[in-house]
Design a protein around this ligand. Structure first.
Ligand SMILES: Cc1cc2nc3c(=O)[nH]c(=O)nc-3n(C[C@H](O)[C@H](O)[C@H](O)COP(=O)(O)OP(=O)(O)OC[C@H]3O[C@@H](n4cnc5c(N)ncnc54)[C@H](O)[C@@H]3O)c2cc1C
Length: 388
């Protein structure tokens, strides 16, 4: 039974609930905002399907033939607007768009209607793709999605599933055999954040701006891709913009790493071969042109024959160049590295129960407004010097 997996290890993929034939598995959300399976012992028939599906008990791959040494490409979409609206270089959009045009279905993460959470959904349209594109840097709720994907596969439809490596591994565990019509994408993953903390961040902004949110764009590029901008629009027409220096969400995640799921410290999906057919990420660490710095550049790790097929089918959408795995890892150590649990984690989660999220972040980081202003000035000067 799945309850033998500790809370330090459970990745929250929710595949166990999907596979349970008697509905004996539901979920509890802990005080950090992460969900964990809960078994109704009186319903459980001991079939063991939850165990064989679980990606923690066994790492499931796209194929037993996934490459130990993936092919690596620097990629970006030819359309600047699509690229601007994506997170990295719009590798996802280009692959998904080509897949839809070939009659396939795409499965990925969308914001909930109130912009304070996220879940996975299936689409066969360009409108659906526009919702699925853009990265949401907190855990997506995948309850029910594995079952729906398997139904599509069994009816002969081609499916392109995108998710965190653990979610992709969960899908392979769920479907239980190799489907020629299943294609997958995962991403280089620093670690997955607490949905509760993201909700608190947005709720605090709604209070401050005295209006409901109508759009969230994480890694907004209005002031450049490496600036890690966060843009939020409100119903009253106002707009919030913060960046890697001024935004509490980005600071709590990227520099403090204080509310990442505990199981990410022990991630087993980072070695080679990787889980999915293609792994996507930012191609950090290269020397960029001004245009690349504004619009972003993706890295594609092509991990399988199907990955090669996907990239070939999307190739007309992209500017592409083959690079080395060493270059990708140098700029992006999280391809292999695991996040460490922040020593102030307990304090952080205790304090955000009563204090505003941003106040807790800045006080625990030892940062105040004037310090952030100085950092902003220094960073702007550096950018000007670099561009000369
Ligand atoms: C939590 C997290 C951590 C990451 N850490 C790194 C990192 O350390 N280094 C790095 O290079 N790249 C990292 N990435 C990947 C990177 O940020 C981009 O997602 C990736 O480069 C794709 O960008 P894009 O422009 O091609 O596509 P986008 O348009 O951003 O499309 C993203 C795709 O990812 C899926 N997706 C979005 N949010 C989620 C989510 N919360 N859960 C599951 N699936 C989701 C969507 O369904 C969509 O299919 C991370 C992504 C996430 C979600």
């Amino acid at each position: 039974m799945i309850d033998k997996i500790s809370r330090q290890d459970c990745v929250g993929c929710k595949a166990c609930g999907d596979i349970c034939p008697v509905g004996a598995i539901t979920y509890d959300t802990d005080k950090e905002g992460f969900w964990f399976p809960k078994i109704k012992k009186d319903l459980c028939v001991g079939c063991g399907l939850c165990d064989t599906t679980c990606p923690v008990l066994e790492c499931h791959y796209a194929s037993s033939e996934n490459y130990r040494d993936p092919k690596v490409y620097k990629v970006y979409h030819k359309d600047k607007e699509i690229r601007y609206n994506s997170t990295s270089g719009a590798l996802y959009y280009g692959l998904a768009d080509a897949f839809l045009k070939n009659g396939g279905y795409i499965v990925g993460c969308v914001y909930d209607d109130d912009w304070k959470g996220a879940h996975h959904m299936i689409s066969s349209t360009c409108d659906g793709l526009k919702k699925i594109m853009r990265t949401k840097y907190f855990q997506s709720d995948t309850e029910g999605i594995y079952k729906q994907v398997k139904n599509l596969l069994d009816s002969g439809k081609k499916v392109l599933f995108c998710g965190a490596p653990c979610q992709v591994s969960a899908l392979y565990g769920y479907v239980g055999k190799e489907y020629e019509n299943l294609y997958t994408l995962d991403f280089i993953c620093l670690g997955i954040n607490s949905p509760l903390v993201f909700r608190k961040f947005i709720e605090e902004l709604e209070k401050k701006y005295n209006s409901e949110v109508t759009e969230v764009h994480l890694k907004n590029k209005s002031r450049g891709w490496p600036n890690l901008g966060t843009m939020v629009r409100f119903q009253n027409g106002r707009k919030y913009y913060g960046n890697k220096i001024t935004d509490p969400w980005v600071n709590s995640y990227v520099s403090m790493r204080i509310h990442i799921r505990r199981s990410c410290a022990n991630c087993r999906y980072k070695s080679f071969p990787r889980i999915a057919d293609i792994s996507m990420g930012d191609f950090w660490g290269l020397k960029y042109t001004a245009e690349e710095e504004k619009y972003g550049v993706s890295v594609a790790l092509v991990n399988s024959r199907k990955g090669e097929e996907l990239l070939k089918n999307g190739a007309d959408n992209f500017v592409m160049e083959e690079r080395t795995l060493g270059e990708a890892i140098k700029g992006n150590p999280m391809i292999e590295g695991r996040v460490k649990i922040h020593s102030g984690r307990e304090e952080f989660f205790k304090r955000i129960e009563d204090e505003p999220f941003s106040k807790v972040v800045w006080s625990m980081k030892g940062s105040n407004k004037s310090k952030r202003l100085m950092e902003t000035i220094k960073s702007s000067v550096k950018t000007v010097i670099k561009r000369r």
